[in-house]
Ligand binder design. Structure first.
Ligand SMILES: NC(=O)c1ccc[n+]([C@@H]2O[C@H](COP(=O)([O-])OP(=O)(O)OC[C@H]3O[C@@H](n4cnc5c(N)ncnc54)[C@H](O)[C@@H]3O)[C@@H](O)[C@H]2O)c1
Length: 326
């Protein structure tokens, strides 16, 4: 099979590319390396067994000609390219909105014209400021005002979902929408505000671990290999087209406890420092206090259960970051 992956040099995209190449499929990637890294896929490009089956285009999905060259020959399309990370979104608001809205529209339009099966990566952020758990796919969304630019990520991902569902209902596009909750593991970078790689790097360097806010906010985490498995499985299920799925872990932990766990697991001398949001981000920043998915729907479609617990996820991630720091 021919697999096209937008954002394939990114964290999740590079793992997905590796999984398909391992299976013997052909993979074509487009990535502008804005938050992705060529090193994420260099080992795939250098592997003699994969060389003839891997095509990498360093370009933007906002270029419809190049994106059409990627999507035209594909059997399955995974649309992962996006501006991601709270810090990145706040620092690059206009470019983020263009990539996430225009970029997705270009990808969906091409998939519709070429009659391709496509999966789009949405986010748990679309739920906004809910406090209840677990979050169900049909829950309402609650956002802050447009003057707080962090909500543009949630709103742009929600717009992507609306657009995908509209292509499905009006043009019969075979599209699967996945709302990913914090996905973690090797190759994720802490550079754009992702919490686990940031804490692990600080712990391994014995630097203060910087917890934003009071640390009582909670999250769940899913291992990237589990997520890749689910994305690949969902695309095999005809009934999944036109549907929205939460994909995430169910082990809830506060960010302060996460920091403490990472200190213990790395035998670090780091102290945990609480930094007010206004200091870490721009004034008026808002965080989500809690984000726990209901994964009943994806379980009922493909029998998915997150297989990797937080301790194992942390062990893999610490091991990886330790090697990159050597
Ligand atoms: N990692 C998570 O916890 C998480 C959670 C929710 C949703 N998601 C979604 O999953 C997808 C992948 O995220 P990730 O964690 O791998 O992040 P990532 O930043 O590693 O991957 C995104 C990739 O898209 C590329 N990209 C950005 N703009 C582009 C453009 N205009 N043209 C081509 N490439 C472009 C980046 O260079 C990067 O390689 C994203 O759509 C993200 O919104 C991820």
């Amino acid at each position: 099979m021919k697999i096209a992956i937008t954002g394939g040099a990114g964290f999740i995209g590079s793992h997905l590319a590796a999984a398909y190449l391992e299976r013997g499929d052909e993979v074509a990637i487009i990535d502008n390396l804005s938050t992705g890294y060529i090193q994420n896929i260099q080992y795939l490009m250098d592997n003699p067994a994969y060389k003839s089956r891997l095509d990498v285009k360093i370009d933007t999905i906002l270029n419809p000609r190049v994106t059409a060259e990627l999507i035209g020959p594909a059997d399955l399309v995974f649309h992962l390219a996006a501006a991601v990370g709270v810090r990145y979104i706040i620092e690059n608001p206009l470019e983020s909105i263009k990539t996430n809205i225009q970029g997705t529209e270009i990808v969906l339009d091409l998939c519709s014209r070429f009659d391709k099966k496509v999966l789009i990566a949405s986010s748990s952020e679309v739920y906004g400021k809910h406090l209840h758990a677990p979050l169900v796919e049909t829950d309402n969304v609650i956002y802050g005002p447009s003057t707080k630019s962090r909500w543009s990520y949630a709103a742009s991902k929600l717009m992507d979902e609306f657009t995908a569902l509209a292509y499905h209902s009006t043009k019969g596009l075979k599209v699967v929408i996945t709302r990913l909750f914090n996905t973690v593991g090797p190759r994720q970078t802490g550079a754009y505000g992702m919490v686990i790689p940031r804490f692990v790097e600080q712990a391994l360097k014995n630097m203060p671990i910087t917890v934003y806010g009071d640390g009582t906010q909670t999250r769940t985490f899913t291992f990237v290999n589990d997520v890749v498995h689910v994305l690949m499985e969902l695309m095999k299920h005809q009934q999944a087209y036109g549907e929205v799925f939460n994909i995430g872990g169910t082990e809830e932990i506060s960010i302060y406890d996460l920091a403490q766990k990472i200190v213990n697991k790395t035998n670090s001398n780091s102290v945990i420092e609480k930094i007010p949001y206004e200091q870490a981000f721009k004034k008026d920043f808002e965080d989500m206090q809690r984000r726990v998915p209901s994964i009943e729907k994806v379980k009922s479609f493909i029998g998915f259960e997150p297989m990797t617990d937080l301790d194992t996820i942390l062990a893999h991630t610490i091991d990886y970051i330790r090697k990159t720091l050597q």
